[in-house]
Design a protein around this ligand. Structure first.
Ligand SMILES: [Zn+2]
Ligand SMILES: [Zn+2]
Length: 134
C-alpha cells in the first residue's frame, strides 16, 4: 500500500500515513490562519493506522461547534504538523505542505469559505462550506 511521510521543517517530528487521503480540504478559519501564519490551511485526512516519530507538543482548541481538536507541533521548529479530533481517533488530519509533494491530490472542499481572503481563487468544482460542516 502507498505510504507517505509528512515532516516538520527540522525533521524531528514526522507522521507516516497509509493509502489515499479520505479527504483533502482548505480551511480559511481565523484559527487556521493564525496557526499556520498563512492565508489558509490545507489539510488531508487519513484513516488509521498511522505512525508518529519524534516528540510533539500538544495544543487543544475547542471549535465553534464544541469539537475538541488536539494540534501537534514540533517543539524544536514549531511546525504545526497534524491534529486529531476528540472521539474520532481513527483518523488524523495532516498539513499537506508537510509532505513537500507538489503531486499530492488536490483539495476538493473549502471550509469556512466565509473567511476566505478575497484574492484566493478556488479550483473549479470545489465544494464550499460557509463554516465547519461537522
Ligand atoms: Zn521540527
Ligand atoms: Zn480552520
Amino acid at each position: 500500500m502507498l505510504s507517505r511521510t509528512a515532516s516538520c521543517s527540522c525533521g524531528q517530528l514526522r507522521i507516516q500515513v497509509e493509502g489515499e487521503p479520505q479527504g483533502v480540504g482548505l480551511c480559511h478559519c481565523f484559527s487556521c490562519q493564525r496557526r499556520t501564519g498563512s492565508a489558509f490551511a490545507e489539510l488531508a485526512s487519513f484513516s488509521a493506522p498511522f505512525k508518529i516519530f519524534g516528540n510533539a507538543t500538544e495544543y487543544v482548541r475547542v471549535g465553534d461547534q464544541g469539537a475538541k481538536f488536539t494540534f501537534r507541533f514540533c517543539p524544536v521548529c514549531g511546525t504545526s504538523l497534524f491534529h486529531t479530533e476528540e472521539g474520532r481517533n481513527e483518523s488524523v488530519s495532516v498539513a499537506v505542505g508537510a509532505f513537500a509533494d507538489p503531486s499530492f491530490p488536490m483539495p476538493r472542499v473549502s471550509i469556512y469559505d466565509s473567511r476566505r481572503h478575497n484574492w484566493v481563487q478556488l479550483p473549479p468544482g470545489t465544494t464550499t462550506f460557509d463554516r465547519d460542516p461537522d
